[in-house]
Design a protein around this ligand. Sequence first.
Ligand code: HEM
Length: 330
Amino acid sequence: MTRLARRPPVSGLLVAVGLLVGCGARAPAIDPGAWQAPLGREHPLTGRIWDVNAARFVTPEALGARLAGARYVLLGERHDNPDHHRVQAALVRALLAAGRRPAVAFEMFSADDAGAIARHLTAAPRDAAGLAEAVGWSRSGWPSWAFYRPIAQATLDAGLPIVAANLAPRTARALARGDRSALPDGLAERYALDRPLPDGGQAALAAEISASHCGHIPGDRIDGMVLAQRARDAALADSMVTSSRDGAVLIAGAGHVRTDRGVPVYLRAREPAAGIAVLAPLEVRDGWTRPADYAEASGARLPYDWVWFTPRMDDADPCARFRRLAPLTG
Ligand code: HEM
C-alpha cells in the first residue's frame, strides 16, 4: 500500500505524474478531480488503483507509464458515473502528455454517426461541444455529453481523430433477433464469430446477458443477444485496428473492455503481438474493503489489467427497472 495510491476523501490532491518522457521533462499531473458520485467517498479503497496482474496497488504515475507503453489502451466505465469519465479523461490527457498520438474510439458513436462527425469536424475541427448536436446526442439514450466532452476535447486539441467505433443500433438489434445476415461484411471471418468464445467464454457471456436482463430474455433469444454482443465487441476492436495510427484508445462500457471475453479477445486475434492495456474504474461497495472481494464477485479474477476504485452512484436494485418493462420478446 503506497501513500500516493491513496486518494483523500475530497479532491485536492494533485499527483505529480512523474511520467518522465525520454528527455526527463515532467508531464502534467494525473488528477481526475473532485469526486462527483455520492456514495463511498470515504471508503478505504476509493481512489486506489489495483494492478490485477501484479496483485498490488500502484500509483497513478505508474499506471500512466504502463498505459503509455501499450499500443491499444481500453478505458472502461459505468456509463452514468461521472467519476469514471473523469478518470478516463485524466488518463487520455496523460497519454497525450507522454507523447502518444492515438486515435480515440468511442463506443457511444456508431457507424451511423461517422458522417455527421466528419462533417462537423471539417467545419469546426476543435469543437467538441458541438459534436453532441451534430450526432443528435440528446436522443441517443447515452448519459450527458458533459461526461464525455472533456475526453473528446483533449483528443481534438491534440489534432487526433475521434472514431465512431460501434455497430449501428439497427445492426445490433437485427443480430439480437437472430438475423445473421446483418453481420457487417467480413466481420465474422476476421474475428471467428462463427466459433464459440474459448475457455467457457460463450456460456459465461450467455449467463451474464441473462442475469443482467434479470431473467426477462426468453431462452430462445439468448444466442442472438450473445452474437450481437460479440459482434459489437469485434466491431469495436475492428475500429481500433483500422483507425490505429500511434495505436488507439477505446472509451467503452466495462463489459466491453473485459480481458477475458470483450474487445481485447478480438484485438489479440488480429494483432497477437500488440501491447494491450485495460483499465476499468470500479465502484466501491460497503464492506468490500479488499480487491479480492471484487474479484470473488466477478468469478475469481477481475477481468481487467487495472481497476481504479471510485465512489458509486447508488444502491438501487438493478432489476427494478425491468419490473416496469414488458417482457423482451422476439
Ligand atoms: C441495467 C442493465 C441493462 C438494461 C436495463 C438493458 C436493457 C436492454 C433492453 C431494453 C434491450 C432491448 C431488447 C429488445 O430489443 O427487445 C437490450 C438489448 C441488449 N442488451 Fe441489454 N440491458 C442491460 C445490460 C446489458 C448487459 C450487461 C449486456 C451485455 C453483457 C447487454 C447486452 C444486450 C444486447 C447484446 C442487446 C441486444 C442488442 C442491442 O439492442 O444492443 N445488456 N438491453
